[in-house]
Every structure is written in structure tokens, then in C-alpha cells.
Design a protein around this ligand. Sequence first.
Ligand SMILES: [Zn+2]
Length: 224
Amino acid sequence: MEFNYTIIYSKRKTATISVERDREIIVRVPEGLSKKKINEIILSKEKWLLEKLNHNQKYNPHPSNKEFVSGETLIYLGRNYQLQIVQKPVQNVVFDRRFIISKYNQANANKLFKDWYKSKAIEKIKPITKKYAKHLGVEYKEIKISEMKYRWGSCTKGGNLLFNWRIIKAPSYVVEYVVVHELAHLIEHNHSEDFWNIVSIQLPNFDKAKEWLKQNGEILEIDF
Ligand SMILES: [Zn+2]
């Protein structure tokens, strides 16, 4: 059995393996540990890993339960807004203290809303990332908004930042936290005490955001 996994080297004495919500396997190992040794560790945990990876219930996405009819609500930046279906042929999604779409677009609403949320996500996340990257003195390459279902954000070794468009359903302070979290990983690749210190200096009340995600994580896993 071949496993795909990401290795994170750091100044630590022991190795740990975890399976993230998107089924990515992360191995955290002491600096200098050989690839061969790491592979041995992975294989010694094969049974456990297969169990984790096949645990469908936990990882399955939820289907969207929206019918896109007048009176339904959609969440945006932590608040619920009503949807109104109008008879006129309005283009795309109009947002004006409520969501408006044309009845002609009702069948296509799922895609329209996804596009709308994605464009809002990039519009809101870009300036926040720029601001906190400056505060932290870190540089990043690109910001991408993605379809990933189980994580709010991630960063690559090359300095690209990836954010789940669904995060834009959360209140602004939660969006800020997710951005700062990923930027802090450009300094500390793990969740060490140093990492949380970096986050808390930028966002002293980050616990509140973490709690929000914990309480509302589920609604961010469905599309709308
Ligand atoms: Zn993290």
C-alpha cells in the first residue's frame, strides 16, 4: 500500500502522523530523518491509516439542501440574508441587504451562487492577507480560492495560500483568523506554542474565532 503524505520537518524528538479532514496525511518528524525511516513509520501505521482514511461518515460532504426559492436564507459574513426570486431577467446574483436572482436563473442558482461567493471570497480575503502579511513580515506568492471541502485554508511550501471559498460565510473576524493562521504557518509550520503566540499577537481574541468554527464548521461544509 502506497500512501501519499506530506512531511513536515521540525526540531522535535518524536514523529507523529495525523490525517487531516481532507484525508491528507501529515507526518511530523525530527529534522534530518531519512525518507526510508519515514516510510517505515508510515508502514508501521498502515492499519490505523486505512481505518482513518476509510472513515467515510466523518469525511463525507453534505449535499446542498437549498431549493433556491423565495424566503430561503443564505449566510454571508456570519449573517443570514433572505433570498428573493424576481420575475424580471436580472443578471447573476444581486446582493442588496438580501439576495436577488431572476426566476430564469433559478435552475442555475447553485452555480451562480458559488461564483458569487468565490468572487466575494477573493475580494475580501486579498486585502486582509496583504495587511497581515505586512504585520507579520512574511511574503506569499499567490492567493487562490478553492473547492476544498474540509479545510478553511492551507499554505504550500512555495508560499501559495489556498482558501476555501466557504469561509466567506463566516463573520469577518473568523475570516481574519483563518488568514492569520495560514500566514503564521509561513513562519511556523506546525501548531507549536510559538505558532499560537504569533497568531495571538495579531489577533488577541482568536479563541473566539476558533470557537465559532467549531460551533459552525458544519454549515461551512455544505455549499449554501
Ligand atoms: Zn494550521
